[in-house]
Design a protein. Structure first.
Length: 371
């Protein structure tokens, strides 16, 4: 992949800032945060670095181009004008997926069909082929049409970045790994303080805390779609992985993870083993409302039940009251609690020092921060 290209990193709403900061820390240039995504410019090395080291983004898309698409004819001609053959070989698989929003073209299946047809025509012309066998590597075409403006991309990532590979099993209402990493980052945890998740579930938050403390790249143990493309030499991917390993820290971290459910704790411990951080986390089956704090001070980051999927709302509200009387009264612990409950502060018993709107999937939440 010679030259410079534009990339787009979709992210959960509310995580644009952390995702942009993630990229800037890698030395990536021209980083621009937008609603629900972050753009940057770079070469093949930047593409590999972003895939391997991003903590909060969902995937890395290579932008092929954008154009007005208020009609199927405009959509067809716009796609046919793109340099698809520069990236997709004769045997490449090129399925199409995407979305439409506030546009004259609102049928996603129809748009998929038009884009697929236009891509096949363009690739046939480029490769001088009557038909495309699609037996080779995957070149997933991603499209968005928003207010009649289309953007066409190729997905360099494959399975989304939140699939780190350490969590094949989880308990009910799991927190996405990218959101958990963002919570750890927003709490400014870097491994120097005590860290406690009293509602650890399958262990996502403490595992992401350990990965952050070690500065371990979350994508080191998984493959990416663009590794099979041949456009970015394998040496570039190896160099990006070696660079990430060279930046790791090796220290003694105080991370405590507890949950009232012993089965959840056992699963969290197994997930931590898969992530290679089991030795950094102390696990315990304990009730958050009665167990003593593991240390005198530190930072609490937790995702208690919302009352949307695991508990009825009244039960969740009572839990927040009880938390406020116990965890909320620990004077030397900074606390970061994510919840979809709009009345959380009153239930907890005191106003938050700061609140930040985030989305857990499609659920609007607030990160309630106390210090």
């Amino acid at each position: 992949m010679a030259g410079m290209y534009e990339f787009i990193v979709p992210c959960l709403f509310g995580l644009e800032g952390p995702t942009a900061e993630d990229l800037r820390r890698m030395g990536i240039q021209d980083v621009r945060a937008e609603n629900g995504r972050v753009r940057f410019s770079g070469d093949g090395a930047a593409c590999a670095r972003a895939n391997i080291r991003l903590r909060t983004g969902e995937r890395v898309l290579l932008r092929l181009g954008g154009f007005e698409a208020a009609s199927f004819e405009q959509l067809f001609e716009g796609v046919k004008a793109l340099p698809l053959g520069q990236f997709i070989p004769r045997d490449g698989q090129f399925p199409v997926k995407g979305y439409c929003l506030d546009s004259a073209l609102h049928s996603v299946p129809d748009c998929q069909r038009i884009i697929k047809k236009a891509a096949a025509v363009k690739l046939g012309q480029t490769h001088r082929a009557q038909w495309m066998p699609e037996t080779g590597a995957l070149y997933q075409i991603q499209f968005s049409i928003v207010k009649d403006q289309a953007e066409i991309c190729l997905d360099t990532t494959g399975a989304p970045l939140f699939k780190r590979g350490y969590r094949p099993g989880h308990v009910a209402a799991p927190l996405r790994e990218t959101l958990a990493a963002a919570l750890v980052g927003l709490a400014r945890y870097r491994g120097r303080d005590g860290f406690w998740d009293p509602f650890c579930g399958s262990g996502t938050i403490p595992i992401e805390a350990a990965l952050t403390a070690r500065n371990r790249a979350p994508g080191l143990n998984r493959p990416f779609a663009a590794q099979r493309w041949g456009l970015v030499p394998e040496k570039v991917w190896r160099d990006a992985a070696e660079e990430a390993r060279s930046l790791e820290y090796h220290g003694d971290y105080h991370i405590f993870a507890s949950d009232i459910d012993p089965k959840a704790v056992a699963l969290a411990r197994e997930n931590a083993r898969r992530a290679g951080v089991e030795g950094d986390i102390t696990f315990s089956a304990a009730d958050a409302l009665t167990a003593p704090a593991p240390w005198d001070k530190g930072v609490i980051v937790c995702n208690p039940p919302y009352g949307e999927r695991m508990l009825e709302r009244q039960q969740a509200q009572q839990l927040y009251r009880d938390m406020g009387r116990t965890l909320g009264r620990l004077p030397d612990w900074k606390q970061y609690v994510i919840s979809s409950e709009p009345d959380f502060e009153r239930l907890y018993g005191r106003p938050a020092s700061r609140r930040r709107k985030l989305y857990n999937g499609m659920i609007q939440c607030y990160l309630n921060m106390y210090w």
